[in-house]
Design a binder for this molecule. Structure first.
Ligand SMILES: [Zn+2]
Ligand SMILES: [Zn+2]
Length: 347
């Protein structure tokens, strides 16, 4: 066992505190990663506060992890000591079900092993990236291209892949009109990636307060959803709408913005069910879909795509002792657009 420094939630209601946790010994197919940066995802906050169900404490979260390989097991073939690597939202899967065999381990029918707050193969609870080191089986470790700065790479492992996967699957590209609902951590990545794929990109945000950013990051158009005229003006317009908002939205109002065979994909998840009028789906043969993160193969493809197109998230670097304050700012939407923890500050 390896005892490593970490920042953990001691309960659902207390602030996160510095502590130590145990990492398993490096197994035959494992790599030991010295973590350099970890992104702060809204899911981290939901999880530690027990908002997505009860968890055990202390719990370390963080599933946007980048670092350097410092040790490899004797049977490791994919990574070497010194490699720049990343770990996203999952660290294993069953490897036997139809979806795993199809290379879609994010949809593992037996449940993929989450990077934190999940039960690992050895029965222990997985602990995330707000920590100095992590041990992960080699085929769930991604290669971070040199072209992407280390501290910028972390948010790609969740926010990046969560938006890249549906944009890729529903074929965002030249001649396609894509709308992004919400200009936050996920939304700003969706804008950059959809623009790089060649689509015509529209941001639908509550207000115009981030309009300058949206246009700078690659959006062609920017509308306020508080303005009722927006919905009238954009009826029957989009091929694809990526909804990144975790709050309840008026789904029918957004579905009506889809043109023939258009799809609205939700990657943000409100706790409550969203009502939909089926007649709205009849019009234009519209679809309402969901999408969850992406496979390991697709995550590598996304990292390579971002390197090739010079795409990186907009980040604000924080030290470990600023994590609790950063959480409050995430909840207040006061971040442009992703907090990244400098893990050196844990030492
Ligand atoms: Zn996340
Ligand atoms: Zn599986």
């Amino acid at each position: 066992m390896l005892t490593v420094k970490a920042y953990a939630a001691p309960s659902a209601t207390d602030p996160l505190i510095p502590t130590t946790i145990e990492r398993r010994d490096v197994g035959a197919k494992d790599v030991l990663i010295e973590i350099r940066y970890a992104g702060i995802c809204h899911s981290d906050i939901h999880t530690v506060r027990g908002e997505w169900g009860p968890i055990s404490y202390p719990q370390v979260v963080g599933h946007e992890i980048v670092g350097v390989v410092t040790e490899v097991g004797p049977e490791v073939t994919l990574h070497q000591v010194g490699d720049r690597v990343g770990v996203g939202c999952m660290v294993n899967s069953c490897r036997e079900c139809d979806n795993c065999l199809a290379g879609m381990e994010q949809y593992c029918l037996n449940g993929n092993t989450g990077t934190y707050a999940a039960t690992d193969k050895d029965g222990t609870t997985t602990q995330g990236g707000y920590s100095t080191h992590v041990v992960v089986v080699e085929d769930f470790v991604l290669k971070v291209p040199e072209a992407i700065p280390y501290e910028k790479a972390a948010p790609l492992l969740c926010a990046g892949i969560t938006t890249y996967s549906p944009l890729h699957h529903w074929k965002a590209g030249p001649g396609k009109k894509v709308a992004v609902v919400g200009m936050g951590g996920l939304g700003h990545m969706a804008v950059k990636i959809a623009h790089a794929m060649g689509a015509e990109v529209t941001v639908l945000s509550q207000t115009l307060s981030k309009k300058d950013d949206g246009l700078r990051l690659g959006a062609d158009h920017y509308y306020a959803t508080k303005d009722e005229e927006t919905f009238e003006k954009l009826t029957n317009t989009f091929d694809l709408i990526i909804n990144t908002v975790s709050a309840v939205i008026d789904l029918d109002a957004y579905l009506k913005l889809l043109r023939l065979d258009g799809t609205l994909v939700s990657v943000g998840a409100p706790a409550q069910p969203l009502p939909v009028t089926v007649f709205t789906l009849f019009g234009n043969r519209r679809s309402f879909a969901g999408s969850g993160i992406g496979s390991i193969g697709e995550t590598q493809e996304m990292l390579d795509f971002c390197a090739e197109h010079g795409i990186a998230p907009e980040t604000e670097l924080v030290s470990a002792d600023q994590i609790n304050e950063a959480y409050e700012r995430v909840l207040a939407s006061d971040v442009r657009y992703r907090f990244v923890i400098d893990i050196n500050t844990l030492n």
